[in-house]
Design a protein around this ligand. Structure first.
Ligand SMILES: [Zn+2]
Length: 320
């Protein structure tokens, strides 16, 4: 633990379909703060090589600006191989991403240990360490947007599973024979609660319009959102029964509508959770906004670099 009391700096890159966001965070004892941040366009249409190259150049610029950065974490909007540092499948990214090396080339370009994390898990890690989950012993988080991302933290650690996919709360089955989900299963929570399905449930073109109409008193939008809240509540109740969290954090683009959903979520929790006391379970909205993914990626890189020998953790480029 030598040097634990000295501040250290860590870069986080959040790969999104539209933008790459980056932050440099400083860690001092148990406290984290954001020193610098910015974003650039993602050249998604130019394919994987261009995207990885952009991650490397953006990261190099961030490290130059902040100096003394000692690790990098990269938030990935999809599936990846944590040990190899390669992607398996990215939602909404054209090109051959299966087996694409990301941690290796970015880490080599920056001469830093580099680690991948799913973007929803990065969101949760950031909220847990310095956002709405701070102080919780165990937490579940959901990001409501074009999909329903999820994260589970137990005893202060975000669960990753063997391949980084632990916490896919949005892909638990809510209705055995429900509508098809993009993942291939039927009746997932996401199949009821992702943005386009919120719009369908409310008879509107978009989820944003559904929220606006509900606020204006439109009965169909109010009922549609209540039904979405019911499914979310069932999914969250399952998680509370299994995980026994003391904090539930709702984030993502639709979280601005959380006040319209929380009533029904609470109803389902009280109806379905009987094994643990709900008195200590807080349901809150996320605190860090759209930067949570980059912040969480930075924290993940810091914590992974600390866990492993930094030198051995830089994957060798082109190996295998
Ligand atoms: Zn699914």
């Amino acid at each position: 633990m030598s040097g634990a009391s000295l501040p250290s700096r860590h870069l986080g890159l959040d790969l999104g379909g539209t933008n790459i966001k980056w932050v440099v965070v400083e860690r001092h004892a148990g406290d984290w703060r954001v020193l610098d941040r910015d974003q650039v366009a993602t050249p998604a249409a130019d394919g994987p090589d261009a995207v990885v190259q952009r991650l490397a150049t953006v990261g190099a610029e961030a490290v130059r600006r902040s100096e003394r950065v000692i690790s990098v974490g990269i938030g990935i909007p999809g599936l990846y191989d944590p040990a190899a540092g390669t992607t398996r499948f990215l939602v909404n990214f054209p090109g051959a991403w299966a087996g694409k090396a990301v941690a290796g080339p970015v880490g080599a370009a920056l001469a830093l240990p580099a680690f991948l994390i799913n973007d929803a898990r990065a969101f949760g890690l950031a909220e847990l360490r310095l956002g709405a989950g701070r102080g919780a012993s165990s937490m579940i988080g959901l990001t409501l947007g074009t999909g329903v991302g999820g994260v589970i933290a137990v005893d202060g650690q975000v669960l990753q599973g063997h391949d980084g996919t632990a916490g896919e709360i949005g892909h638990q089955t809510i209705e055995p024979d429900g509508p098809w989900c993009n993942c291939g299963n039927r009746g997932c929570l996401e199949a009821f609660a992702r943005a386009d399905q919120i719009a369908v449930a409310c008879g509107t073109a978009t989820a944003e319009e559904a929220v606006a109409r509900a606020r204006a008193g439109d009965v169909r939008a109010i009922e549609g959102l209540a039904n979405v809240g019911r499914y979310l509540g069932i999914g969250i109740a399952n998680m509370v029964t299994v995980i026994s969290p003391d904090r539930i954090v709702i984030g993502g683009g639709i979280s601005a509508a959380a006040d319209l959903l929380l009533g029904r979520i609470g109803d389902e929790l009280r109806r379905r959770v009987h094994t643990t006391s709900l008195d200590e379970v807080e349901v809150v909205t996320a605190a860090l906004g759209t930067w949570a993914g980059a912040i969480g990626a930075a924290i993940h890189g810091a914590e992974e670099a600390e866990r492993k020998d930094a030198a051995a953790a830089i994957p060798s480029v082109g190996a295998r």
